[in-house]
Design a protein around this ligand. Structure first.
Ligand code: FES
Length: 565
């Protein structure tokens, strides 16, 4: 279809709206309620245009493009209309900063927002740097409002495990309600109450958890203001950079975009393809998991009863010296197939076979919750673990325990040497998803302290033991040696992974350790698992497994609920 938009001849695709066609041809039309991942809604009227032969000012987001259309998007009449519409929106939005005469000076001397419970203006709004209302207001030149704005004075809502809701900033565009319906068939949230009291919320005053929220975070991603905010990321402002990688916390291996701050540390992760939701682990857990203050930051060696930080070269030399006396069947290498990449596993196998001359290379397949436990072969006296995979009796039977991990665990506390490992979005490599496809891990953020990828630690250990052939420079070099094929990002999934639709089905463990021991919000989500005696599947509130929940000790333990209940 041939159209003319602002005197430019353009070609529209079948089914395209005037707005979609204009944006694809880089012709900007202001819009608020519409979003690329949502069907047209036509609520805010910001995208009004003039079309020859049509009366009035149709909304371009809900007007299908048609052959021969002549469209004008930027006339004085349209600008005035949009200004008036925005002024009405701003009457119920904390807009003082947007129309303040001193805003340029204020911006100059106070470029970042001030932390506050609720936003009373842009200077206290966490979304200030990416707010769509603010951009529109500047583009349309709104400098005054017809009557004084009304502050709704609604309390900040923090009942959700991962999200803060400041409905004083909400402009009722409905994007959050519609994306929830789009992704999950029915919306957990909706417009509640009527008239001037209309707000976004759950029916009957329930919390998001009680209303059955799946915690995919898509509502935050489409919110044009700071009304819905990721509690962990909200004060980091606009990201300094972002990269796409794979989330390897569960076998769905979704493609995620990891956003980083100026120091290269992860501050937020979200779905690469916003048309499909990802689970709470991929959307909310990764930055908190990677930036946890409990991360292992430096190599440590045991001196007497205490583990002390030492330099990498010293730690590797000391460990190499001890391992030399445990070669052959007395040594075992234990890793799991979830957290270790194919490149890691290639180096681990070579190290076990060629350097330690041992047949005991053990790869554990974690169960559906991510729990991985290993049994050591008879006669093993020394072990190198990439996580908390041994029970107490197995650990006690060892003369030498070396642990490479990202967080402390019972294994690392009992180890003679502890090496800090870079994990997830901090490393390059290839992981295998639940369908057997190779998925690419891209280094999207910097590891903390002196943490290194597992393959590099083991290759350095091999070199410290005098072995040749371990001078790897990159994961790509190992992939080439191992003959690994191309790996891709799962950015166009056919369907949403099960944990995105039912948060009880998410994985709870990584490297043998509970993820929720460092990610607070996950502790509030229930989990499904089999009961010991009968094998029935039941819903357990997190905190029921006392054995491995040391970090969340003190939380009230409740009774399990049958899935049929
Ligand atoms: Fe078209 Fe809101 S963007 S009506």
């Amino acid at each position: 279809m041939n159209l003319t938009i602002d005197n430019h001849p353009v070609i529209a695709r079948d089914g395209e709206t005037v707005l979609e066609c204009a944006l694809r041809h880089r012709i900007s039309i202001p819009h608020l309620c519409t979003h690329p991942n949502l069907p047209p809604f036509g609520a805010c009227r910001m995208c009004l245009v003039e079309i020859d032969g049509l009366r009035g000012y149709p909304a371009s987001c809900s007007t299908p493009a048609a052959e021969g259309m002549v469209v004008r998007t930027d006339t004085e009449a349209l600008r005035e209309l949009r200004r008036k519409i925005l002024e009405l929106i701003l009457l119920e939005h904390p807009s003082a900063c947007l129309i303040c005469e001193k805003k340029d000076l204020c911006e100059k001397y106070r470029p970042h927002s001030i932390k506050a419970g609720r936003a009373t203006g842009c200077h206290t709004c966490n979304n200030k740097e990416v707010c769509e209302v603010r951009v529109l207001s500047e583009n349309l030149g709104v400098t005054r409002l017809p009557v004084p704005p009304k502050y709704r004075d609604l309390p900040l809502e923090r009942s959700d495990p991962f999200m803060d809701r400041d409905l004083n900033l909400c402009i009722l565009c409905g994007r959050c309600v519609r994306i929830c319906k789009e992704h999950h068939g029915h919306a957990t949230i909706d417009f509640v109450q009527r008239g001037g009291k209309t707000r976004i919320g759950e029916a009957f005053g329930r919390t998001l958890l009680e209303a059955g929220c799946r915690f995919c975070g898509s509502c935050i991603d489409v919110c044009p203001t700071g009304s819905l905010a990721d509690r962990y990321a909200k004060w980091h402002g606009a990201p300094a950079a972002s990269k796409d990688t794979t989330c390897n916390l569960c076998p769905a291996a979704c493609a995620i975009e990891v956003q980083t701050n100026a120091l290269g540390r992860a501050v937020m992760a979200k779905a690469v393809n916003g048309a499909r939701p990802i689970c709470a682990l991929g959307r909310f857990a990764i930055p908190e998991f990677l930036n946890s203050p409990s991360r292992l930051l430096a190599p440590m060696a045991r001196f007497g009863d205490a583990l002390r930080e030492i330099r990498w070269d010293e730690a590797l030399a000391l460990a190499a010296e001890k391992l030399r006396f445990c070669a052959g069947g007395a040594f075992a290498f234990v890793c799991d197939t979830q957290s270790s990449t194919l490149e890691d596993r290639h180096v681990f196998q070579r190290f076990t076979r060629e350097v330690m001359e041992s047949p005991n290379y053990i790869e554990i397949e974690p169960d559906e919750r991510g729990v991985a436990r290993a049994t050591l072969p008879h006669g093993v006296r020394a072990a190198l673990l990439t996580g908390d995979f041994l029970d107490e009796a197995e650990r006690a039977s060892l003369e030498l325990l070396v642990v490479m991990d990202c967080h402390p665990s019972l294994a690392s506390r009992n180890a003679a040497f502890v090496f800090p490992a870079a994990v997830c979005a901090e490393i390059e490599g290839t992981c295998v998803d639940g369908k057997g496809e190779h998925r690419r891990l891209v280094k999207a953020c910097e590891p903390p302290g002196k943490a290194r990828p597992d393959w590099r630690i083991v290759a350095d250990l091999a070199k410290a033991m005098g072995a040749g052939g371990f001078a790897y420079e990159s994961a790509a070099q190992i992939a080439a040696e191992a003959g690994l094929g191309a790996a891709t990002l799962n950015s166009e999934p056919e369907e949403s992974p099960a944990p995105a639709l039912d948060p009880r089905k998410r994985r709870t463990h990584f490297r043998g350790r509970r993820i929720d021991s460092v990610v607070r919000g996950l502790r509030e989500l229930p989990v499904v698992r089999e009961t010991g005696e009968t094998g029935d599947k039941r819903v357990f509130p997190v905190g029921h497994d006392k054995g491995d929940l040391r970090a969340s000790a003190g939380k009230t333990s409740q009774s399990p609920v049958s899935l049929e209940d």
